[in-house]
Design a protein around this ligand. Structure first.
Ligand SMILES: [Zn+2]
Length: 466
């Protein structure tokens, strides 16, 4: 294991990729609203960090291990051969390189003088090879070659995951792929932060990473407007997971409990995972913090046409109701599922272009029209989560410009998506209530100022002023 983090592997990705992926459409929307990412639609990981927010310990220093010691005297080679299980200790060393902007694996191999045949063999090594299509600028690769022949190849999508491709024993024309997952050590940490100006600045000053601040804003986004409602003196407290590997902090995990005091009003959230492992946030009483639907399923620039059941058509002067809202947005802007549900249709017709219909429980349906394309592998029958990308804004069908036409139906009747009363997401299931309450009390009690709040009643003192 230690060999894989040897001196030739200066992996520097600060946060495991799973974290970036966990920030789905919701986070994207919220981040854009907060101006966190200046370039629209870029993923958090690709975006330039806000004033270098990553605290020093997150950058893993390359570690030296005995195996990686560079002195190659005959004695040391012999010693290594005796000590290491590797049958070919004199094999060429691993060499690391960095993916540059716009580079594919084919391009990199070309640059490194590795044959197209080796690339083809590598890509034919199975499902893990598909991950190599996902390379991003800054990704670190390792390869081992001799006289232009590729012997081995490594890609580490995160600090926790390594994909290794080696020549198959017995058939050197093939590669075999192997995936190695490491589990980080998880430690529970707390933080207490008073806001002077803005949430993200305060979090940075306290040494918390942006991902944590974003997760916090996401938890309370239904109750607090983080752009307009934040005041000097607001504060928050967190109980969160910190992940480390070999003693180095590599990132943060989930927020387990949070308390936010906004203008003297206290909001509390406790994370609870259902048996399937899906984590959601609830009030100490077990009510969901989120609504069952997003108000708008796209980051829009303006509303280009409002909901109007009595609209007269401008040309023919006949009634032609507009049963949804048109959100103007650039082609390619992600469109997300407004709520958890199931894909009823992902199809195309003349007036609607590419469209998606989602069913949410018995009563609710949402429709998304004029998409330029669907999310990869979206198909009827599939379950989707709130905030999951289902397609991209376009102008297919009868549309004069790129926009999302969005419809919201309750019991089969069209409602105005801007004004319809949105239901809360489901509370804690009755059978899980007792376990949740125990967990909530324990987690809230772990927050820094717990002793200043009454923890016995269902409502912690709501008149505490900061
Ligand atoms: Zn429309």
């Amino acid at each position: 294991m230690a060999r894989r983090t040897g001196a030739h592997s200066p992996w520097r990705r600060p946060v495991p990729r799973v974290h970036a992926l966990a920030a789905t459409g919701l986070a994207l929307t919220l981040g854009l609203a907060l101006g966190l990412w200046p370039e629209a639609h870029s993923l958090p990981e690709q975006a330039p960090p806000l004033a270098e927010p990553v605290p020093e310990p997150l950058a893993l220093a390359p570690k030296r291990t005995p195996e990686a010691a560079p002195a190659l005297t005959p004695e040391s080679v012999t010693a290594a051969a005796l000590a290491a299980p590797d049958p070919a200790p004199e094999a060429p060393a691993w060499r690391s390189l960095t993916v540059r902007s716009g580079e594919s694996l084919a391009r990199i191999f070309q640059r490194e003088g590795i044959s197209a045949r080796a690339l083809a063999a590598l890509m034919a090594s199975g499902a893990l090879a598909k991950r190599l299509a996902d390379l991003r600028p800054g990704d670190q690769l390792e390869l081992r070659e001799e006289d232009g022949t590729l012997l081995g190849f490594r890609f580490r999508p995160s600090q926790l995951e390594t994909l290794t491709f080696s020549r198959a024993s017995g058939d050197a024309s093939r590669f075999e792929a192997e995936r190695e997952l490491r589990s980080p050590t998880v430690t529970e940490r707390t933080a207490q932060v008073v806001i002077e100006d803005a949430l993200f600045l305060a979090a940075q000053k306290a040494g918390l990473d942006d991902r944590l601040a974003l997760a916090l804003a996401e938890i309370f986004q239904w109750d607090i407007d983080f752009v307009l409602d934040i005041r000097k003196g607001d504060r928050f407290e967190l109980l969160y997971e910190e992940q480390s590997l070999d003693g180095d902090v590599i990132g943060t995990g989930a927020i387990l409990a949070a308390r936010f005091v906004n203008r003297g009003e206290i909001f509390e959230a406790v994370r609870y995972e259902d048996p399937a492992g899906n984590g959601s946030y609830y009030t100490p009483e077990g009510r969901s913090l989120r609504k069952a639907f997003l108000r708008a399923p796209v980051q829009f620039t303006r509303i280009s046409s409002n909901f109007n059941l009595r609209r007269k058509h401008p040309l023919w002067n006949t009634a032609r109701p507009h049963r949804g809202i048109d959100y103007a947005a650039p082609t390619g802007t992600p469109v997300v599922a407004a709520g958890d549900g199931k894909v009823v249709k992902a199809a195309r017709n003349a007036p609607s272009g590419n469209y998606v219909v989602l069913q949410h429980g018995e009563r609710y349906q949402t429709k998304y029209l004029h998409l330029s394309r669907f999310a990869k592998s979206l198909k009827a029958g599939q379950r989707v989560k709130q905030g999951q990308v289902i397609g991209y804004v376009g102008s297919t069908g009868w549309a004069t410009g790129p926009h999302l036409h969005y419809e919201f139906l309750v019991g089969g009747a069209h409602q105005n998506p801007r004004t319809v009363a949105l239901p809360k997401a489901d509370p804690i299931a009755p059978e899980a209530k007792a376990a949740f309450t125990r967990l909530a009390l324990a987690r809230l009690a772990a927050l820094p100022s717990a002793q200043r709040f009454a923890l016995n009643g269902p409502n912690p003192a709501p008149h505490e002023s900061p």
